[in-house]
Unconditional design. Structure first.
Length: 260
């Protein structure tokens, strides 16, 4: 039984899984996208099946002054989720139901097109554009054009306790940074609902709290200068390595555009 199961390893789902895994919640991401498997379309893909795979140059995501290769961004976000402890399964989720209809605390059973179902206490739907699998739970959806969005509150909770939605499938605007921010916010709601009332996930310099005779708040960390330099070096090495060579992956074209 997982603490959190995220359906969709795109922008919102990856951000949500980074947050829930860093909160020590046992987190599984199931993604049905073509590039989620090691046998991805280009053979090199480990970046998921996000619609952002179609982007030609991601230029409005804060932190990259001249933009970034969207597929590299996805790949690194996925790596970050794995580093945080999230696990990944490739497969399309086809159905969700209660494990025990008479016990609302028993959690949810998540079916995929292959293999045994998965059990989870909380479910975050981040599966743009698909939410058909969630209809048995009666969370409430609304048709927008040819697609459906799931009804959620301010922090991504649906009408069903323990079920959340994040990103585009929750009706958020269609930009990567918005989807990432929403995924993080929804995971924070799931963390809070699991009984952790005060959760920041901050790393502060040594003395920031203790230098004022304050206790280090839960889910905060103080690190000394040596540790800060160590982490900084590791971060720079990783980024330099990942950006050293251009990715060969091409953008995914819209399915209705004929190949020339
Ligand atoms: C051509 C193009 C260019 C774009 N360029 C930009 C840009 O420059 N800047 C910008 O900010 N935004 C851009 N976007 C928009 C951006 O890609 C989206 O806003 C963002 O990806 C939405 O994030 P999401 O997590 O909601 O959905 P996605 O990132 O699409 O993630 C959804 C994930 O759910 C998975 N999934 C779906 N159904 C299931 C299921 N049943 N079971 C398991 N997994 C499932 C999919 O495989 C996918 O990985 C662009 C989009 C397109 C199409």
């Amino acid at each position: 039984m997982r603490d959190v199961l995220v359906v969709g390893g795109g922008v919102a789902g990856l951000a949500a899984s980074i947050f829930s895994a860093r909160a020590d919640m046992d987190t599984l991401v199931i993604d049905g996208g073509e590039r989620s498997s090691s046998e991805g379309r280009t053979g090199s893909g480990d970046s998921g099946g996000s619609i952002l795979e179609r982007n030609a140059s991601l230029e409005n995501y804060p932190g990259f002054p001249h933009g970034v290769d969207a597929r590299l961004y996805l790949r690194m976000a996925r790596e970050q989720a794995k580093t945080a402890g999230a696990e990944f399964e490739h497969g399309r989720v086809t159905g969700v139901g209660r494990i025990d209809p008479d016990d609302l605390e028993a959690g949810f059973r998540v079916e995929t097109e292959r293999g045994e179902p998965f059990g989870t206490r909380r479910l975050i739907a981040a599966s743009w554009p698909d939410s058909e699998y969630i209809t048995p739970l009666d969370v409430g959806r609304e048709q927008r054009g040819s697609k459906y969005v799931i009804h959620v509150d301010r922090v991504g909770r649906t009408a069903v306790d323990g079920v959340y939605a994040a990103g585009r499938v929750a009706g958020e605007p269609h930009q990567a940074i918005v989807a990432a921010g929403h995924g993080a916010k929804v995971a924070l709601a799931a963390i809070q609902d699991s009984g952790v009332p005060f959760y920041h996930d901050w790393v502060a310099p040594e003395g920031y709290f203790t230098g004022r005779d304050r206790q280090i708040p839960p889910a905060c960390e103080e690190i000394d200068d040596e540790e800060r330099r160590k982490r900084d070096e590791r971060a720079r090495e990783t980024v330099l390595e990942r950006f050293a060579d251009p990715l060969e992956d091409e953008p995914t074209m819209h399915p209705s555009v004929e190949e020339g």
